[in-house]
Design a protein around this ligand. Structure first.
Ligand code: TYD
Length: 224
C-alpha cells in the first residue's frame, strides 16, 4: 500500500567517503535553526538504536570480506527501521529531515560499486521504505583521491572502529562516483550534483540555493 504524502521535507546528502557531507549537513542544520524550522538530523546506516547496532557490524574492520548481499540486506534492515520509526513520523509531524545517506548510497555502493543488481535494489527499497523518496538529494561530487586522503586521515585519529569501507580500492570509489553521477542524470530534479572540491562555504551556498524554494513552503522568510 503506498504511504500517504507527508507534510515535512526530506533532504539527503550523499557522496563518496570524505566528500564533506557531514560538514554540509551541520551547516544546513545551522541554517534551519536560524529560520526556526523544526528539523531532525540523522544518518544511515544507523539513526535508531537497532540501526546503530547494525552500523557497528557493517563498518567494523572485523566484518572484512562480508558477502555483498549480506551488506546490502543489513543496509536495508537498518533503513526499514529508520524509515518506520524515525523518518516517516518526523515528516508527518511537518519537520525537515536531514539524512546523511539513504537508498542512493545502496545504489551507488552496493549497486555500482559491488556490482549487485540495481533493479533488485530498487525493489528492496519499495519493500523496506514503501517507496519513500527524498524531496532533494545533494551529491557532493569529488575526486576519490582527494576525498580518500581526507577520510583516511580522519579515521587514523577519531574513528578507527569505522574504517572498513575506507580500505576499499580507488577503483571501487571511482565506480561509486560514476554511480552517483548516473543517479543524478536519471533524476535531475531530485538529485543535485555539487562540486565537492570547493570550500565548505561555497558548497553550502549551492546547497541552500537548491533548498530555498522547497523551504519557502514551510516558512515565509528564507534568507540566502
Ligand atoms: P557514513 O557514515 O556516511 O561514513 P562517512 O561519514 O565516513 O562518509 O557511511 C558509512 C559507510 O557506509 C560509507 O562508506 C558508505 C557505506 N554505505 C553503503 O555502502 N551503503 C549504504 O546504503 C549506506 C547508507 C552506506
Amino acid at each position: 500500500m503506498p504511504a500517504r504524502r507527508p507534510r515535512g521535507l526530506f533532504f539527503t546528502c550523499e557522496g563518496i567517503d570524505g566528500c564533506g557531507k557531514t560538514t554540509q549537513l551541520n551547516l544546513l542544520a545551522r541554517y534551519l535553526r536560524r529560520l526556526r524550522l523544526p528539523f531532525l538530523l540523522t544518518r544511515e546506516p544507523g539513526g535508531t538504536e537497532l540501526g546503530e547496532r547494525i552500523r557497528k557490524i557493517l563498518l567494523s574492520g572485523a566484518s572484512t570480506g562480508m558477502e555483498p548481499r549480506t551488506e546490502l540486506l543489513l543496509m536495508f534492515a537498518s533503513r526499514a527501521e529508520h524509515v518506520a520509526r524515525v523518518i516517516r513520523p518526523a515528516l508527518e509531524a511537518g519537520r525537515v529531515v536531514l539524512c546523511d545517506r539513504f537508498t542512493d548510497a545502496s545504489l551507488a555502493y552496493q549497486g555500482y560499486g559491488r556490482g549487485l543488481d540495481l533493479a533488485f535494489i530498487r525493489q528492496l527499497h519499495l519493500f523496506a521504505c514503501q517507496g519513500l523518496k527524498p524531496h532533494l538529494t545533494f551529491v557532493l561530487d569529488i575526486n576519490p583521491r582527494t576525498s580518500l586522503r581526507r577520510a583516511r586521515r580522519r579515521n587514523t585519529t577519531a574513528r578507527r572502529e569505522e574504517g572498513r569501507f575506507e580500505r576499499e580500492t580507488l577503483a571501487f570509489y571511482r565506480r561509486v562516483r560514476r554511480g552517483y553521477r548516473a543517479l543524478a542524470r536519471l533524476e535531475p530534479r531530485r538529485v543535485k550534483l555539487i562540486r565537492g572540491e570547493d570550500s565548505p562555504a561555497v558548497v553550502h551556498q549551492k546547497v541552500v540555493a537548491h533548498a530555498r524554494r522547497l523551504l519557502a513552503r514551510l516558512t515565509r522568510q528564507v534568507p540566502r
